[in-house]
Structure formats: C-alpha cells, structure tokens
Design a protein around this ligand. Structure first.
Ligand code: DC
Length: 221
C-alpha cells in the first residue's frame, strides 16, 4: 500500500491545529501535532526544574523521559512517563517555554527521532514548524499556513478560557514566539520551497480544509 504524508507548517495561531485535525478526518489519515511534543518537553523541564541550557544534564534528563502519543477513543493524547499530560500543556507559560526549548539542538534531535518513528506506519497529517523543511523533506504534499498577526492573536485570545492575559498580551506573546521560531539556528520556521502557501486571514476552517483536500486529491489520484 502506498503511504501518504501531508505536512502543515506555519506560525502560532494560524489555525494549523484545527485545520490539520479536520484535514486528517476528511482524508481518513492520522493526525500528529508535533508542537505537543515540544510542549511535553517544556512541561517536563518546568516540572523537574531542569536547566535546559546545561547540555550534559539535559541529555541525562531526556533519557529518563518517556514521551508518547496514545490513541484514546480516536484522539491522540500525550503521555509523559505514563501520565496523560494533554490538558496541562496549553498554558501561556508552557507555550513560551516550548518555544525556548525548541531552540536547543539536543531537544530537536531527540524529537526528530521520535517524529520519524511516528511517520513510518500510516497515512498521516503532520503539523508543526519544520515538517516540510527538516523532518519530512520528501513529504507527498506540503502546506504553509499563515494569517495576519492581528488575526492570529484574536483567535488565540478567544481560545483562552482561564487566563488573565489581555489581547495585547496575547499579540505580544505571538510576536515573541514568531521571533524565537523564525530566528533560531536549527530548523527555523520557514516555508519549504515546494510547499503550498495558504493565507487564511480571510478564510474559515472549512474553506482552508476544502482547498487542501482538493490539492491532496489531485496529487494522490
Ligand atoms: O504548535 P505549538 O504552538 O503547539 O508549538 C509549541 C512550540 O513548539 C512552538 O513555539 C515552536 C515549537 N515547535 C517547533 O519548534 N517545531 C515543531 N515542529 C513544532 C513546534
């Protein structure tokens, strides 16, 4: 059986997660949210008070970490050393720490390995920042999804349920994270040359997904 890999990259708040999830449902592919893995590492470093800039110690700590997805009723949940941490990794604190640990070479190579192992079996939609450029440069279809900074901040703001952040705080966080993600030395966020660029500023989720389904169907038929 031919196996298809679709990648979706783009900055924070562009709607990648919802779009990727819905695209995977439409295509009957599995959906892998690789940002959750970086959030898992961030959560682990905060929980255990780990200085992620201390490379020797970080290596020892990463070796003790068992990070994996488990399919619970059709949803991929993230487990850290046996506990489901999916509901604990979406706070602004973890978002910022995830962006910081994502610039550490050791973390990226550790997760690169993990992502390759996840990509071997099934048709999948992989969502992240460097899916089309570094992790799966030979993916069958690549997308780069973006929206204006204002629109992205507004979407993230509406998603926050129990936070004291104002819209301006959220926008500033997004600008800071964009800077971290785009300026890091290893695997910075950037569009792969062969990726389809989609500006979702004035598109809803269904419009984006339909456009993607059309492109994937053309290529895989
Ligand atoms: O998509 P997200 O907001 O959950 O990602 C959290 C952080 O992880 C984000 O700031 C950048 C980093 N990340 C990355 O560097 N590479 C990926 N493939 C996915 C996420």
């Amino acid at each position: 059986m031919t196996k298809y890999l679709v990648t979706i990259d783009g900055p924070a708040g562009a709607g990648k997660s919802t779009v990727s999830k819905n695209l995977a449902i439409s295509l009957n592919y599995i959906y892998v949210d690789t940002g959750a893995l970086y959030r898992g590492v961030a959560y682990y470093t905060i929980l255990n008070n780990i200085d992620y800039t201390d490379t020797n110690n970080l290596k020892i700590q990463l070796d003790k970490m068992d990070l994996r997805f488990k399919n619970i009723d059709g949803d991929l949940k993230l487990f850290l050393n046996g506990s489901d941490i999916s509901s604990k990794i979406r706070t602004p604190e973890i978002s910022m720490q995830a962006s910081k640990v994502a610039s550490i070479e050791l973390v990226r190579s550790y997760l690169l390995d993990l992502q390759h192992k996840l990509g071997v079996e099934k048709n999948a939609v992989f969502e992240g920042r460097d899916m089309g450029t570094t992790v799966f440069p030979n993916a069958d279809v690549k997308f780069y999804l973006d929206s204006s900074t204002k629109e992205r901040a507004l979407r993230r703001f509406k998603e926050l349920t129990d936070s004291n952040q104002t819209l301006e705080d959220v926008e500033q966080d997004i600008i800071d994270r964009d800077n971290n993600d785009k300026s890091r030395k290893i695997s910075p966020l950037k569009q792969a040359e062969d990726a389809h660029f989609i500006d979702a500023t004035h598109m809803n989720v269904d419009e984006v997904v339909n456009k993607m389904v059309g492109i994937v169907s053309n290529i895989s038929s």
